[in-house]
Design a protein around this ligand. Structure first.
Ligand code: ADP
Ligand code: PAZ
Length: 327
């Protein structure tokens, strides 16, 4: 097996992390024979628009990754039990807290496919845990508030989220609150859906997916820092790719959305549905250059070195290598 320490990557803001890099083949070798599988119909449902994740990817990448997360989950559970027993917390009616997984990465890198796939596979792992998935877009400020704050052109930047509410949501779930509600974002209206909520009911595992889930704590005006979302993660995944490749995926998805989501009369992007290819590419390129590209470079990529696992995708979306944090 190829266990090479990752050299420092000074060229792209990543701090030298304590990782080992496994090639795709080495990682695939780790997959034990288990019954954690997914049928083609479920995979079709899970895949994001234009995402070619295949059964081969499930077997070679997602099965070993699920087993690794399962291992973390079992050991975290055992640690909680031992610590609760020592502290006699059982006497106070405490119960095990949900295992929380964060999934980070750029816009259009395929986070949602990874998150949905892990949800399905983890739910099929031994003991059949209850797994819930939320996306952080529900915690974006509504467009009206973003406009007031001058942040409409900064959607997806850390400051465009109600970070306090997002942190409180995860703290509540982790603390065992039986029902915790989160707001809902619509990619069709490009805004928060008024009066709609998703409710998370004390799952065994909570997956939190979003651009900024690995952001470090904010510096307060008195130079101190508080807690941040990732303080409550038991495992995290960063979905990684070269920006040029992500731009290609973003542009092709934008072209494909003209025939799907943009044709919805309620779509915020409805005026783009009839655009010819060259004009649609120009619009998408502008959104990338103004919003998603700078956000990736300034806010998202710098958090890569905080993840427990980094999945590095090649040009065709195939995961080429996996970096696992060893300490
Ligand atoms: N303008 C849009 N209209 C409809 N769906 C969209 C739009 N933009 C993104 N999506 C969908 O929203 C989901 C999240 O997209 P994104 O935030 O780019 O993350 P990722 O591609 O990493 O999953 C994807 O399933 C994508 O297809
Ligand atoms: C909604 C998003 C900010 C992603 O949010 P996330 O779920 O990662 O918190 C992003 O998909 C988005 O819409 N960005 C704004 C620019 C654009 O339309 O691509």
């Amino acid at each position: 097996m190829d266990l090479t320490p990752i050299p420092p990557a000074d060229d792209d803001n990543t701090e030298a992390g304590p990782y080992i890099e496994l090639s795709r083949a080495a990682f695939a070798d780790l997959a034990e024979r288990t019954d954690i599988d997914i049928d083609e119909e479920a995979l079709e449902r899970i895949r994001g628009l234009g995402d070619p994740t295949s059964q081969r990817d499930v077997v070679e990448i997602y099965r070993p990754l699920t087993q690794l997360i399962h291992l973390y989950c079992m050991h975290t559970g055992a640690l909680f039990e031992a610590s609760d027993a020592f502290l006699r917390l059982g006497d106070h009616g405490m119960r095990r807290t949900p295992f929380v997984i964060g999934i980070a990465g750029s816009v259009a890198v395929g986070k949602s496919t990874v998150a949905r796939l892990l949800k399905e596979l983890l739910a099929r792992s031994p003991r059949r845990p209850e797994v819930e998935l939320i996306t952080t877009d529900g915690f974006l400020y509504p467009n009206s508030v973003l406009e007031e704050k001058g942040l409409l052109e900064r959607k997806g930047f850390p400051e465009s989220y109600d970070r306090k509410a997002l942190l409180q949501f995860v703290v509540d779930v982790k603390s065992g609150v039986p029902e915790v509600a989160a707001p809902v974002y619509s990619h069709i209206s490009y805004d928060i859906v008024p009066d709609e909520k998703v409710v998370v009911r004390h799952p065994d595992i909570l997956i939190v997916e979003g651009l900024n889930v690995l952001q470090p704590p904010r510096l307060r005006s008195n130079n101190t820092t508080g807690l941040t979302l990732s303080d409550f993660f038991d495992f995290s995944v960063y979905v990684d790719a070269r920006e040029d490749d992500i731009i290609d995926w973003y542009l092709s998805r934008f072209l494909a959305l003209r025939r799907t989501a943009f044709t919805d009369p309620d779509s915020y992007f409805t005026e783009y549905a009839a655009l010819p290819d060259d004009q649609a590419v120009a619009v998408a390129r502008e959104i990338w250059d103004q919003i998603n590209g700078p956000n990736l470079r300034h806010n998202v990529l710098p958090t890569r070195g905080r993840a427990t696992a980094i999945l590095h995708k090649g040009h065709d979306h195939e995961i080429e290598s996996i970096w696992i944090r060893k300490i």
